[in-house]
Design a protein around this ligand. Structure first.
Ligand code: PLP
Length: 501
C-alpha cells in the first residue's frame, strides 16, 4: 500500500486508529460518506488541518477515497463483511460440511471421547493403563541424563524415520525377539501404533476403498480407516483369531488390518496355516496387510509363532509395534517395519505430519535397548503381568466359578470373561451394577462393528489387569460376583438373546 502521506501527528494518531478500526469492523461500510473535515474537527476539538491529515493518510493506506469538493467515502473492500453477512457466509458453509472438511465431519460424528476417570476408590479393570510403579524410572532417568550430557552443539531436525541409533538397536531387538528380517531403512519410529494406523490410512486408502477388519476388533483402528472414507468389510473371528475360510469370497480389498499374535479383544493366536492363507489371499488381490503386534511381549502359555512380516514373500506386510504395553502409553512411542517400497513414501508422510518423534526420548530408549536395561525390564514386566493374570483367573474361579468362561488369557494384558447365564443385552446392566459396587468394567459389545448383524452370545467383559495389584483384583472380582447377583435379580429385559456361543 502507498504510504507517502505524512503520518498524522500525535493528536491525529488516535483519530486515525479509531477510524481505521471502524472501517475494518464494518461500522463504516464500503461507500459510506465520511463527515467533512470541518464538521469532524469541530466535533473532536481538533484543528481542521489535523483531520485533513488523518483523511490523507487513510486515503494513502487505501481505506477511503477523497475527491476535491466531494465527501470522502470508504473504499470498496476496506471494510470487513458485516456481522449478518459473516453469519450467513458461515451458515452457508455449515450446511455444506459443518464448517469442516468431509474428513473433519466424519471424525466429529464419531463422538470419540476420553475414558471417564475412575473414582479413587473404584477398582478399575481397565484395558490400556500400566501401573506407574512398573515404569523403569531409574534406568530411564539415567538414560535421559546421559542424553543431555551428550547434547550436540547444533539442535537440528532429525530424519523423519527416527533416530538412527534407536532404529539400529530396534532392528537387533526385533530380529532376536520377533524373528523380523528387515533393513534399518525399513524401520520408522512413530508416536505410538495409533500414528502408524493413521499414516497407513492416509497413504494407502482412498475414500471408498475396502478395508478388511476383524469383528470384534480394535475400534480405534476401525475409526481411523472410516475417518479417511474407507468401507469396512467385517471378517468373523473364532477362538484362533481371524477366520480365513471366507476370505476367498472377499474381493477388491485394499488393506487388511489384523492382530494375529493376540487377536483383539478375543485373544486368539492365529495358527501358521491361517497366517499363510491370509498372506496368499492378500498377494492374490494386491492387498496390504497391517500386522498390529501390540502386546506380543506377553506370552504365558503359548509358543511364539512366525510373524506375518517374516512370512511375507511379496512385500505386502506392514508390521506395527508399540512401547505402550512395556514402558508407558504416555510416552507415545511405537514403530513400523515397512516393506521396502513404502519406506520412502512413509518417511515423507511422517515429515509432513510432525517431522519426527522427540529426539531426546528416542535416544534415551536407544540407550536402554543397547545397555540391556530394556531386556531386564521386559523380563520383570513379564513376571509381574503373569502374576496379575494368574491372580485374576484365580479370583474369577473362586468367586464366579462355572458362571463364567475365560477366553484369551494365555497372553497379553487382558482377557475376555463370558457370563454363561447372562444374555448379551444385560451387559449395560452388569456394568452399571458393578459400578454401584465400586468396580469399573468394560462390556465387549462396543468392540463389535455396529453395522454387522449381532452374533448370538452371552454377556461378556474385556477385563484388563496390567495396572492392578492382585489384592485389588481379588476384591474387585468379589464385588463383581455380587453385581452379577444384582443383575440376575432384575426383571428380564423384553428382547432376550439366548446365552449360547
Ligand atoms: C489392538 C491395539 N493396538 C494398538 C494399541 C496401542 O496403541 P498405541 O501404541 O497407540 O498406544 C492398543 C492399545 O490398547 C491396542 O489395543
Amino acid at each position: 500500500m502507498d504510504t507517502h502521506a505524512r503520518p498524522p501527528q500525535r493528536l491525529g494518531r488516535r483519530l486515525y486508529e479509531e477510524m481505521r478500526a471502524r472501517i475494518a469492523d464494518g461500522t463504516y461500510g464500503a461507500g459510506t460518506a465520511l463527515p467533512s473535515t470541518r464538521a469532524l474537527a469541530a466535533e473532536r476539538g481538533l484543528s481542521r488541518a489535523t483531520v485533513a491529515l488523518v483523511y490523507e493518510q487513510l486515503a494513502a493506506d487505501g481505506f477511503i477515497h477523497t475527491r476535491p469538493g466531494a465527501a470522502s467515502r470508504v473504499a470498496m473492500g476496506a471494510a470487513a463483511p458485516k456481522p449478518a453477512q459473516r453469519a450467513s457466509q458461515t451458515a452457508a458453509r455449515r450446511t455444506h460440511t459443518g464448517g469442516v472438511s468431509a474428513l473433519g465431519a466424519r471424525v466429529a460424528a464419531m463422538g470419540l471421547v476420553d475414558a471417564e476417570p475412575s473414582a479413587p476408590r473404584d477398582i478399575h479393570f481397565a484395558y490400556g493403563p500400566l501401573a506407574g510403579s512398573d515404569f523403569p524410572t531409574q534406568a530411564w532417568l539415567r538414560a535421559l541424563r546421559a542424553v543431555e550430557r551428550q547434547r550436540s552443539p547444533r539442535l537440528e531436525y532429525e530424519d523423519p524415520r527416527g533416530n538412527l541409533a534407536l532404529r539400529t538397536a530396534l532392528q537387533a531387538h526385533l530380529s532376536q525377539t520377533r524373528g523380523l528380517a528387515c533393513a534399518v531403512e525399513q524401520i520408522m519410529i512413530v508416536h505410538g501404533s495409533q500414528q502408524a494406523l493413521d499414516l497407513c490410512a492416509r497413504m494407502l486408502l482412498d475414500p471408498g476403498d475396502r478395508v478388511l477388519i476383524e469383528n470384534p476388533g480394535y475400534r480405534m483402528a476401525h475409526h481411523t480407516f472410516e475417518a479417511y472414507g474407507a468401507k469396512l468389510v467385517c471378517a468373523d473371528v473364532d477362538a484362533q483369531g481371524l477366520n480365513t475360510g471366507p476370505l476367498a469370497r472377499m474381493a477388491r480389498v485394499q488393506l487388511a488390518y489384523v492382530t494375529p499374535t493376540h487377536q483383539f479383544p478375543l485373544g486368539g493366536f492365529l495358527p501358521i496355516a491361517r497366517r499363510r492363507a491370509l498372506l496368499a489371499w492378500a498377494a492374490g488381490q494386491g492387498a496390504w496387510v497391517l500386522e498390529d503386534d501390540y502386546d506380543s511381549e506377553y506370552r504365558y502359555s503359548v509358543r511364539p509363532e512366525a510373524t506375518l512380516q517374516s512370512l511375507d514373500s511379496c512385500g505386502c506386510v506392514i508390521h506395527v509395534g508399540t512401547f505402550s504395553k512395556t514402558l508407558s502409553p504416555q510416552l507415545r512411542l511405537g514403530y513400523m517395519v515397512l516393506p521396502p517400497s513404502l519406506a520412502e513414501p512413509f518417511a515423507a508422510a511422517k515429515r509432513l505430519a510432525d517431522r519426527h518423534v522427540a529426539t531426546g526420548v528416542q535416544r534415551a530408549l536407544a540407550l536402554l535397548l543397547e545397555n540391556g536395561s530394556y531386556a531386564r525390564h521386559l523380563r520383570r514386566m513379564r513376571r509381574a503381568q503373569q502374576a496379575r493374570q494368574q491372580a485374576l483367573v484365580a479370583a474369577l474361579g473362586q468367586h464366579l466359578g462355572d458362571q463364567v468362561e475365560v477366553q484369551g488369557a494365555a497372553s497379553g494384558l487382558h482377557m475376555v470373561v463370558w457370563f454363561r447365564a447372562l444374555s448379551a443385552d444385560l451387559e449395560p446392566a452388569l456394568v452399571q451394577a458393578a459400578r454401584e459396587r465400586g468396580v469399573r468394567v468394560h462390556p465387549i459389545g462396543p468392540f463389535y462393528h455396529p453395522a454387522r448383524k449381532p452374533v448370538p452370545r452371552p454377556a461378556g467383559l474385556v477385563m484388563g489387569y496390567a495396572a492392578l495389584e492382585p489384592q485389588a483384583m481379588a476384591a474387585g472380582v468379589r464385588r463383581l460376583a455380587l453385581a452379577v447377583r444384582d443383575v440376575q435379580g432384575l426383571p428380564k429385559p423384553r428382547r432376550q438373546n439366548p446365552a449360547s456361543f
